[in-house]
Design a protein around this ligand. Structure first.
Ligand code: NAD
Length: 363
């Protein structure tokens, strides 16, 4: 395909194509695991006119269980042993997971890393589809998802895995670069947040901790979605909670690409947003402040954020920095994954637009 045709194809992701919607039925959705990711997925499902949030689960009657009650989300426990505990604490419950599974078409599994395998057996028995998160191995679902690159492949699947926050961020910027200019090689140094803001354990308070298993799994994970991409990664954990930051070097195959070409390509993609040091945005903390200023729910920033003035092409080498809000960038991906797996919308660009509009994600 020529460069112009490639660009038009990618523009379609951000909005120009009009294809038909397949069916207008609502998908009945459960969220199993109402923690950092689960509560955000549940809220996003509630914003969709083609989905119904049938229920969420909690293992214990914590404050998050009360939030589910307060936000009108039907709440279920994992098994009947905890029912009395919830009742004793005055938390309203509608039943147990097994009951919930009889009422839904698809479950978004947001349980902690490694629990998905046991849960998959329950979903299998109940005959429901499931989406797992990036903390699970690719093999659990046999298919890893990103809305830009693999929306069509998710159609009508039974299992899928939405890749992790870092992998999502890398795919969003590298996939269009590869389509447009071809990526010969990519390397990303990942500066990882030590813990999520609500966590009380994570990285050391005053130290930088390198991931010693090199190259790190992040590049391997990108290849579960883009197997042809020549990418490697290294990572360090730092004492911050707000975002991950990636320092990326890409060798472009196409000659003569200018910095402005790269920026204008990303500018046409959804879920990519620029910030600029010239405008005073020099840290991940300031990006989080923008999210709050924009009135985003929970102060989330689901787009991958690129420093416009930290992007530079020198010969065929592209250098750039991007920031990833770990708690939220995978949320719109989960919504698109539901839509594709449930056959609610055949066209990636339409689904992405619909999701983004509902969540207040805009350029
Ligand atoms: P979390 O610990 O914040 O939430 C997990 C929730 O699952 C908790 O409410 C916990 O009580 C509940 N739970 C525990 N055992 C359960 C069980 N057997 N069945 C159902 N629920 C159970 O974790 P999280 O950060 O939301 O992570 C969930 C998944 O999302 C993981 O795979 C993780 O790797 C992935 N992920 C996390 C982030 C992040 O930064 N937090 C980003 C992207 C992807």
């Amino acid at each position: 395909m020529c460069a112009h045709a490639e660009l038009s194809a990618m523009r379609n992701l951000s909005g120009a194509r009009h294809l038909q919607m397949v069916e207008a039925m609502a998908a009945r959705v459960a969220v199993n695991g109402f923690g950092t990711i689960g509560k955000r997925v549940a809220r996003a499902v509630m914003l969709q006119d083609d989905m119904e949030l049938v229920g969420v689960t909690k293992t214990r009657p914590t404050y998050e269980a009360r939030i589910a009650n307060r936000e009108g989300m039907p709440l279920y426990t994992i098994d009947d042993k905890q029912l009395s505990l919830f009742e004793k604490e005055g938390v309203r419950v509608d039943g147990v997971l097994q009951d919930l599974l009889t009422k839904v078409d698809i479950v978004v599994d947001c349980s902690p890393n490694g629990i998905g395998e046991a849960n998959k057996k329950l979903y299998e028995e109940a005959g429901v589809k499931a989406i797992f998160q990036g903390g699970e191995e690719h093999e659990l679902a046999g298919f890893s998802f990103n809305a830009f690159s693999s929306y069509d492949e998710a159609h009508d699947r039974k299992w899928a895995r939405v890749v992790s926050c870092n992998t999502t961020g890398l795919i969003r910027t590298l996939y269009p670069l590869d389509r447009m200019f071809k990526v010969d090689e990519a390397f990303a140094a990942i500066i990882r947040r030590g813990a999520d803001p609500a966590e009380s354990k994570g990285s050391a308070l005053n130290a930088v901790e390198p991931s010693l298993h090199v190259p790190t799994h992040h590049g391997v994970d990108v290849k579960t979605v883009l197997p042809w991409l020549n990418i490697s990664t290294m990572a360090v954990k730092v004492p911050t909670t707000n975002m991950h930051v990636h320092c990326i070097h890409v060798k472009l195959r196409k000659n003569g690409v200018k910095t402005s070409d790269v920026l204008s390509l990303w500018d046409q993609m959804p879920r990519i947003r620029f910030v600029s040091g010239k405008h005073g945005i020099k840290t991940s903390g300031q990006i989080m402040e923008i999210a709050r200023d924009l009135g985003r729910h929970s102060g989330d920033f689901a787009e991958t954020v690129i420093w416009e003035d930290g992007t530079h092409v020198d010969d065929n080498s592209l250098y750039f920095y991007q920031a990833v809000h770990q708690e939220s960038d995978v949320i719109p991906e989960n919504i698109d994954c539901i839509r594709s797996m449930m056959g609610l919308e055949k066209d990636a660009s339409r689904s992405i637009r619909k999701t983004d509009r509902s969540m207040g994600i805009s350029k």
